[in-house]
Design a protein around this ligand. Structure first.
Ligand SMILES: Cc1ncc(COP(=O)(O)O)c(C=O)c1O
Length: 398
């Protein structure tokens, strides 16, 4: 039985815990309702390499149980594999440039611990990944949102923002961006803009946090260098994850940055190393190029699902809905014609049996009532087709 917490105990909460807003959505509910849900960027369970992960776990326990099941230092082999992956992306990382974490979410929580005092400015895209934005906001950051267009963050708008801040003698702590297969819009920032973004961060003397969990999942267009690989000035903090390319339940991510930044992030990581057992399992799984092969398989699979969704949208949605076609990642972003409100659409779609992420959930300030995000990653093909038909019928009715 739940009872109301006594006000005397409530007073003991830190101010930030008294003020914190409840999560605006709860990913754990995905798959636990009867609705066909396009809401969350869950991986497709059909592609989890169950047997290989079981074999990797068994091998670790058979050969290295004493270290795997005890407290311990970061597992060097996994760090070396991450360094090799960074090298393949043109980033010449050394061991002191890399920190292993419990998912990239842990890094998104550590970053404000290292950089943000209450009231400090952090620049973000609007819309953006709310997990990150919440973490910065909870640390007391003053968030400034820069609009996006088909090429990611709109850099003219960014320049205006940075210029105004400069006039007020305010130096943002960092610019948080998802330049490749953006969450939620699916857009990718072209090379010219990437270079300009780096130049702007140098001119206004701030850092960039490049969040790149989807970069490996490209199924169309030319591969592009990461901001990190173009940076020669230690301005970029790169974070990525095994969540979308292997399995989110493993909770493994990594950061690459200047050693002094990595050291600070590590100092706030109170548990010390990340999972001696799981780091060994992931390293064992990834050995011998298996991860690269798995990524190829995932990419083909997600490409097919994305195409299936776009074809269904083409049949079912009125042409007035503007749809951004992604070159990779997990998401399709849809913009509604004037006068169509996303909350109303969501209600009608749910009455028909399907749900999605309304755009309002992707902005820090209540904008986004004219857009929504569809994740094609999680659902089986039949449900993608059925769910798009529900949303299409709701749209036509409106
Ligand atoms: C842009 C972005 N960053 C970070 C994350 C968190 O990933 P992880 O599972 O590694 O914590 C997600 C998850 O959806 C994401 O979309």
């Amino acid at each position: 039985m739940t009872t109301v917490l006594s006000p005397h105990i409530h007073e003991l909460f830190a101010k930030r815990a008294q003020q914190v807003l409840p999560p605006i959505y709860n990913a754990a509910r995905q798959g636990h309702s009867s609705l066909i849900s396009f809401t969350f960027g869950f991986a497709d369970p059909a592609l989890f390499p169950r047997e290989d992960i079981a074999a990797a776990s068994a091998a670790v326990l058979a050969t290295d149980a004493d270290a795997a099941l005890n407290y311990g230092m970061d597992f060097v082999e996994l760090r070396d594999q991450i360094i090799a992956k960074l090298h393949s992306q043109g980033v010449f990382a050394h061991e002191d440039n890399v920190l292993i974490s419990y998912g990239s979410s842990q890094l998104l929580a550590l970053l404000p611990r290292v950089f943000v005092e209450p009231g400090d400015v952090v620049v973000i895209e609007g819309p953006s990944f709310m997990g990150a934005v919440r973490s910065f906001a909870d640390a007391g950051a003053r968030l400034i949102m820069v609009p996006t267009d088909d090429f990611g963050m709109n850099l003219d708008a960014l320049e205006t923002v940075l210029d105004e801040l400069h006039t007020q003698q305010i130096r943002p702590k960092f610019i948080y961006t998802i330049p490749t297969f953006h969450n939620p819009t699916g857009t990718t920032m072209p090379l010219v803009q990437r270079k300009r973004l780096l130049a702007l961060s140098a001119t206004y003397d701030t850092l960039i946090v490049e969040d790149d969990p989807y970069g490996d999942l490209r199924f169309a267009g030319e591969a592009l260098p990461t901001l990190t690989s173009l940076d020669h000035d230690d301005r970029v903090i790169y974070i990525s994850s095994f969540s979308k390319i292997l399995a989110p339940g493993l909770r493994m991510g990594w950061a690459y940055a200047h050693p002094a930044i990595i050291e600070r992030l590590g100092m706030f990581k109170v548990e010390g190393s990340s999972g001696p057992f799981l780091t060994r399992v992931v390293a064992n799984y990834c050995a011998d190029g298996r991860l690269a092969q798995h990524i190829q398989k995932l990419t083909t699979h997600y490409h097919n699902k994305c195409q299936l969704m776009l074809d269904a949208i083409g049949r079912e949605f009125p042409t007035e809905v503007r749809v951004i076609r992604p070159d990779g990642g997990f998401y399709v972003w849809c913009e509604l014609p004037q006068g169509v409100d996303v909350a109303n659409l969501l209600m009608r779609a749910e009455q028909r049996g399907s749900t999605f992420l309304p755009g309002t959930r992707c902005f820090a300030n209540g904008q986004g009532n004219d857009a929504f995000r569809l994740a094609f990653s999680f659902l089986p093909s039949e449900q993608i087709v059925e769910g798009i038909a529900h949303i299409g019928a709701a749209l036509r009715e409106m």
